[in-house]
Design a protein around this ligand. Sequence first.
Ligand code: TYM
Length: 337
Amino acid sequence: MPRRPRVLSGAQPTADSYHLGNYFGAFKQWVALQDEFEAFYFIPDLHAITVEYEPAQLRERTYIAAAQLLAAGVDPERSALFVQSHVPEHAQLAWVLGGVTGFGEAGRMTQFKDKTAKSGRDAASVGLFTYPVLMAADILVYQADKVPVGEDQRQHIELTRNLAQRFNHRFGETFTVPEPYIVKATAKVYDLQDPTAKMSGSATSHSGVVNLTDEPKAAAKKIRSAVTDSGSDVRFDPATKPGISNLLSIYSALTERPITDIETEFEGQQYGHFKVALADLVADFVDSFGSRTRELLDDKGELDRVLAAGAATAREVAATTLATVYDRSGFVPAAHP
Ligand code: TYM
């Protein structure tokens, strides 16, 4: 029987909460794809250690990440939800792929350039440099067909495709070449204070970032204080009205209504009215999201159980791919004593 196509994605546990950009750019799609695809969703803790971090904080953030992904609607009955470090095949495959990745090719990754822009390359870890190779391994070890992500990950998936094709060409057909799955309307949610920059957990100021477990009042305030232009009509025009367009995209994603519909509803009204309406919606959203997350976090034993079951499912698939890769690579099989 032909297998269902596979979908895979991950989101780093590098903040105390995921934010609206992660939710609309990625998680909403993860949840929607669970029926049609065999789904693998994971928390990339190995990626998280490529920048400075605190071990105790990473452990706590990994649990928060798991709780939030469940709260977002990842269903462990239908998807394998797991922690990257529980499946050692990711790191093992990354090493092999490192052998077919060009130094220059890795050096062209814009995320690496962005992350090292301030302190310089010499201050960065080798892990941060080879980060995209591990990401390629994450995807290829499951023979994933589709990878739902935001726009900022497109280049990494392009690299993954190149590595898969190169390996297949040199060593024989081994990997499925994956496709990015990027939903245009929410591919890039922008910072509320700087609507030309993406909303990011590592932003210097948090006033432009709505976290999924913000206090409802705080989240509402962030929306009401969002930077907008000096005009007054609520109209989608990212080139001249980036702030209001970003808010319209968020409104549309939250309500699942087309943007034109929302423009019509607020025709002739000031920005203030529109912002208050959106602030209320966002407050309700984080309110219920926060309480679901807290409930799940209260039972770490149950989270451990879900993650262990996810890792067991994932390992079966990952081990099969890795065995083929080792064989194609010319490694002598380990004899059983
Ligand atoms: P990360 O952890 O930065 O983000 C998780 C997901 O959220 C999306 N995203 C956004 N989408 C729209 N607007 C935004 N402002 C926004 N900010 C973040 C990201 O595109 C991503 O889909 N390298 C990955 C994690 C990763 C991964 C993987 C993803 C590791 N291995 C394998 C897919 C497949 C990252 O740093 O995403």
